[in-house]
Design a protein around this ligand. Sequence first.
Ligand code: ZN
Length: 409
Amino acid sequence: MQRGTNLGRLGGYNQAVILDAIRRAHEGVARVELVERTGLSPQTISNVVRRLVDQGLVREDRKTVSGPGKPRTVLELEVSSRFAIGIHLDPAVMTLVALNLHGEVVARARHDMPGAAEPDGTVEAMAAAVDALIAEAGLDRGRILGVGLAAPGPINVPEGMMVSPPMLPGWDRVPLREPLERLTGLPVLLDKDVTAAVVAELWAGEREAPANFAFIYLGTGLGAGVALGGEVLRGSSGNIGEIGHFPVPDEVPVCGCGRRNCVGMSLNFGTLIRQAIDAGIFPADHDAQQLPETTAAILELVRLAEGGQAEAMAILRRGARNLAFVVAQVVNVLDVDTVIFGGPLWDALADLALPLMRDEIPQHVVAREIHRLEVVGSTQGPEVGAIGGACLILDDAFSPRASGLLLGS
Ligand SMILES: [Zn+2]
């Protein structure tokens, strides 16, 4: 069974199929082409298109000339007829975006979360941030499809809550979805930040998204999201991709799970800062223990390595090798042909990490003689979680599920 939804699709299945075909045709699509692409009858297309035009979702008033023959009238998405809002809830910062129907960011905001150690007041702060974003961008509230919330896992999807996320010790079973719906008056969807990032790649990527990929998410935590056959995978409870306790060959400080070889612990900010202190890079009394100071310390380590500091480079290389080893195991389990790195920290790490990853990961991939493995960085930037949150809404409203039904017609 497909996952449940609380938004409801915009219209029926055929409408979703037609809207999806129009959405994907950025240059516009003529009715006759829609017949070819969807396998639906001209009559069905005519009926649905009239409804879409009436709803303001689609326009049909532009002629294009391509090749010989008379100009053709094309259908185009009315990209600003609806909007989706995404929120990424991170231990250090809350990021918001509003997307139009092409998945383009039309408004954005960032709010530090100094009180994130305590969940009290956070939902109210989210609702206020949504209101402020709508007001500042001058968006018509009636055109907003909903709010997609991307949060660190683990999450309880039916209850709409985070459940003891490791980086937010004060947050045990905090309901988010229902109170946010109540405060904003908008439908809210909740998903893991890594899964939201996958949806962002599928919906809002600058390039055509690959069908089979793993998204390795680097933020204050580490996680993986997965798409297979062009569909986002969520697992039985929406908690797919918990890779933090995968073992690495290296010995690392003891993890919360009791073992000494967890990849998450090897990349933990505290571990890296400790190594930098031991290597004499940071002073012995370096006291960065809390976000956002720990993030700043890691970025400083990256800056030193890029400036040619050998010890800093050695620490980051060691972490990168550990991560590459685990990413290769993810590739081996899923048989994906693309790895996309992204998340709030990725842009700062990319110049250093991408060549290392391209070199290291394939060495541990079993099928490396059989298919190429692309290792790329996300083009979504540090806002990928928030963009993904908004894409959850677009996906829910527009995606024709059971896409296989179209084949063979
Ligand atoms: Zn562990």
